[in-house]
Design a protein around this ligand. Sequence first.
Ligand code: ADP
Ligand code: MG
Ligand code: ZN
Length: 660
Amino acid sequence: MDKDRKKLIFHAIYWIIGLIIIFGLPHLWLSLQTEVIPYGQFKDLVKQGRILKITIDQSEIKGLLYKGPAVELPDIKEKLKKLTSTDQAGDLDTLMGRRAVSFQELAQQLNSKINPPGQVILFRSTRVEDPKLVETLDQYGVDYSGLQEGFLGQLVWGTLLPILFWVGLWFLLMRSMGRPGAGLLSIGKSKAKVAMEKDTGVRFSDVAGCEEAKEELAEVVEFLKEPQKYEALGAKIPKGVLLLGPPGTGKTLLAKALAGEAGVPFYSISGSEFVEMFVGVGAARVRDLFSQAKTNAPCIIFIDEIDAIGKFRSAGMIAGGHEEREQTLNQLLVEMDGFEPNIGVILLAATNRPEVLDPALLRPGRFDRQVVLDAPDARGREAILEVHSKGKPLAPGVSLKDIAMRTPGFSGADLANVMNEAALLAAREKNSQITQAHLEAAVEKILAGPERKSRHLGDKERRRVAYHEAGHALVAFYCPNAMPVAKISIIPRGRAALGYTLQLPEEEQFLITKNEILDKICVSLGGRAAESEILGEISSGAQNDLEMATEMARGMVCRFGMSEKIGPYALSRETSPYLRQQFAPQQIEAMGPELASEVDGEVRRILAEQDARAKDIIGRHKEILGRVADKLLAQEVMSAEEFRVIIEKNTNETGGKDGS
Ligand code: ADP
Ligand code: MG
Ligand code: ZN
């Protein structure tokens, strides 16, 4: 069973760490404190009288060395003598190692008596065959007798005690693990914790690219700072604010910033933590959360991912899981109704799936204010990059604006990731600054996954990938409404992509026209077309292209009313109406069999037409296609500029671009 394996791994790690600590650490510690000196130098030091005490064994000389001013030497030696003679140890004590024993201890005691301390150190030197050694030692009065660490003592203090301690700790751990819901092995299981932060450390200035949302929340900040002002006017501040937006757009961040700006405590809890809980626990936690908050008003309660508890109460039940959720939600509603709006507790919640929320949550007096956080636009993206470039040295000439243009559809989290990846790349290259190239590489990595240079393709497959990508690029070039090609690559990336063609819009787009979708479909089919026209057959590599093309064609017919035959008739709806997303999941409306087959016919017609068009473009420009593919095979990646140069050279030879 899985749990048993986890346990086994835990045991193994526990004992490995234990062994390392028990046997390895003392040696490591000692060798760190010990200075190694060559034998020659050791003899010089003996002659200078700086060697205080040593032991000699077969291979090594170990002992104490005084590094301080020579005038104090006699004094030091006096002190050492006192230390070693005051404890006249018996044989048993010697065995148990309880005399002022180790050099370490001696050094410590001596150092504590002199000023400045640290001048007496441990040293070690390799023993060289030297018959005169003893003579020399005697001559300079170095104490080389005794001070062998008792074997038994070493055993008891150095090994047995640590083992006993480790075993004891082990038993304690095992006992606590036996209890359900506690102990080490259950970390990470259903534990909805209320986390309280006095200051989140986040400010509005850390959140960029969502000015409207910040403006709306600024009012809440005002209220939390000066509730009297609002009370005097009789104004009611909303009890609950719901932050809506796709993942990574900064909902959690904004909630923290709100608390930070207002300077009030921040109680946060995540809805997903309730899911696995025992019945009743969730409701109790909610009660607890609100009572804590009320005694500490003004403050903010933040429920992250509220959809996990706030799901529509009769929708999509999973057996067993729902009763708990329902209780929790009911308790939440009760609590929300139970406090006066002006006591200074503001309830914030965040979700990226507002459509599944129970309508009861959205009624007036509950989450009656809703703030939408969308994926940022180009200006917003630039601002977010700006925020995350704080503390990261950018090379002169880096244009964040340019990066912002290259990243349509990126969320704040993606952009934060871009900045971080770029910094990592710069560090890997031992560069002290982040350059534009680092940023661009980071964008690509996030778009298409990390490069996988180790995935080696055979020559035949590489050739296929090169023609496939060249096909996309070429069709994109000859489709007037397609986005320009920014880069072509046949370096495998991520989990699946063997190559990719990056297209970027010339400016930010929120709408898409019929001709643009058609061209998009055509470009998607371009890779397949090149494979079939040049190599004679297609491969499974075009699967994703085909899925995308079909999705788009279906969207044209069913959602955008772009098919003449079907006409303006919305046959499917976006399931997530709050979030603007071009090809979001859709819900198909029921339709009769005739209409359904007509829709299928239209979708297939569109796809077939665009496929023919792509093949036509490829057929007319085989020569250019071949050159692009060859260049790709030679250098793996091609910039927009290089691509344009190839096309221009060839069109001049063959008599101009045909445009269609
Ligand atoms: P969400 O809760 O909406 O899924 P988060 O607030 O957890 O997203 O955002 C994740 C990270 O992405 C943040 O910690 C921050 O680093 C970055 N981020 C997201 N949006 C923004 C933004 N608007 N401005 C600055 N950073 C952002
Ligand atoms: Mg979040
Ligand atoms: Zn493709």
